[in-house]
Ligand binder design. Structure first.
Ligand code: C2E
Ligand code: MG
Ligand code: MG
Ligand code: MG
Length: 288
C-alpha cells in the first residue's frame, strides 16, 4: 500500500544523505514523543484452536496514532525504530503493557508479543522479561514471544543463548511468518521453537493454487513430526478455515476470527458465524 503521508514527510525517499539524516532524526523525535505522550497503544487479535473454537490467546499489535497524521502502521515505523535504537524502549513498553493487560483478563489465556531482531539480540532481554513477569504477576506460561527468522540469523550462538534463557523462564517462543524467510527449515532445525506461525501468504493461496495447499500440508506434517503446533495466520474466508481444519492445523488467527482491537472483549466478537457454520458449540470460543 501507499506510504503514509507522515513518513513521506519525515523519511528518506527523496533527498540526499543530509536530508535523510535530518528526516530520520525527526521521525525518531516523533516516536520518542509518542512514547512519552501516550500516542502508542496495543491492539489485540484473537488466536483460536481450530479444532474446538476455543480462545487460546491474543497477539499484541502495536499501534501509533499521531495527533496530526493519524494511525501509522508498525510495518512502517518499526524498521526505523530498529535503526536508531528506539526499538528497545519501544519493545520494553509493549512487553510491559501487554503483560499488565493480560494479567487483568478474565481468562488465563496467552498473550503473544512480537520481538524485533534488534530487541532480541540484546543480551538484556531475558532479564527484562523476567522483571516484567515478576512486576505484573503474569505466569510465564501465559507469555509467548514471536520472533521472525531475521531476528536469529545474524549470530546463531548468541541468539540460541538468549532463546534458551527465555525458555528457561517458562516463556514460549513462536517462529513468526514461517515460510517467508529463506532458511526456514534450517531455523526450525536449530532452534527450540514452541510454535510455528505459518505465513499469511500460504493461507491466502490455499483455496486457489495447489502449490500453497501442498506447502501448507507439508508444514503441518512437519509440525506434527517435530511435535510443534502450527498456527495459520491471516485467515479471511470460511473456505480457508475449512481447509485448514480438514488438514489438521492446530490454531488460527485472522480477520475472519477477529480483527485486532483495543480490548479483548471486542477482539473476541469477530464472529460466531464461521464457528456455527462449521458446527462448533456456540459461544464456546467467546469465554474471555
Ligand atoms: P505479524 O506479527 O505477522 O502480525 C500480523 C499482522 O497481520 C498484523 O499487522 C495484523 O493486523 C495482520 N493481520 C491479521 N489478520 C489478518 C488477515 O486476516 N488479513 C490480513 N491481510 N492481515 C491480517 P500489523 O498489526 O500491521 O503488524 C504488522 C507487523 O508489524 C507484525 O506482523 C509484526 O511483525 C510487526 N509488529 C506489530 N506490533 C509489533 C510490536 O509490538 N513489536 C514489534 N517488534 N513488531 C511489531
Ligand atoms: Mg506476530
Ligand atoms: Mg506473522
Ligand atoms: Mg509479519
Amino acid at each position: 500500500h501507499a506510504k503514509h503521508a507522515f513518513l513521506e514527510s519525515v523519511c528518506f525517499y527523496d533527498a540526499g544523505i543530509g536530508e535523510t539524516v535530518r528526516k530520520r532524526r525527526k521521525l525518531a523525535e516523533a516516536l520518542r514523543n509518542a512514547l512519552e505522550h501516550d500516542q502508542l497503544g496495543i491492539y489485540y487479535q484473537v488466536q483460536m484452536s481450530l479444532s474446538s473454537g476455543e480462545v487460546r490467546g491474543y497477539e499484541a499489535l502495536l499501534r501509533w496514532t499521531h495527533p496530526q497524521f493519524g494511525s501509522i502502521p508498525p510495518s512502517e515505523f518499526i524498521p526505523v525504530a530498529e535503526e536508531n535504537g528506539l526499538v528497545t524502549p519501544l519493545g520494553a513498553w509493549v512487553l510491559r503493557r501487554a503483560c499488565q493487560d493480560a494479567a487483568t483478563w478474565a481468562s488465563p489465556c496467552r498473550v503473544a508479543v512480537n520481538v524485533s531482531a534488534v530487541q532480541f539480540m540484546d543480551a538484556n532481554l531475558p532479564r527484562l522479561v523476567q522483571e516484567v513477569l515478576i512486576e505484573t504477576g503474569l505466569p510465564p506460561h501465559r507469555l509467548e514471544l514471536e520472533l521472525t527468522e531475521t531476528a536469529l540469523i545474524r549470530d546463531k550462538t548468541r541468539s540460541l543463548h538468549i532463546m534458551r534463557q527465555i525458555k528457561a523462564l517458562g516463556v514460549g517462543v513462536a517462529l513468526d511468518d514461517f515460510g517467508s524467510g529463506y532458511s526456514s527449515l534450517e531455523t526450525l532445525r536449530s532452534y527450540p521453537f514452541d510454535k510455528i506461525k505459518l505465513d499469511r501468504a500460504f493461507v491466502e493461496g490455499i483455496e486457489r493454487d495447489r502449490q500453497s495447499k501442498a506447502i501448507v500440508r507439508a508444514v503441518l506434517t512437519l509440525g506434527k513430526s517435530l511435535d510443534i503446533p502450527v498456527l495459520a495466520e491471516g485467515i479471511e474466508t470460511e473456505d480457508q478455515i475449512a481447509i485448514l481444519r480438514a488438514e489438521g492445523c492446530d490454531e488460527g488467527q485472522g480477520f475472519l476470527l477477529g480483527r485486532p482491537s483495543p480490548n479483548v472483549e471486542l477482539a473476541t466478537q469477530g464472529g460466531p458465524a464461521p464457528w456455527e457454520m462449521i458446527g462448533y458449540p456456540s459461544g464456546h470460543h467467546r469465554s474471555v
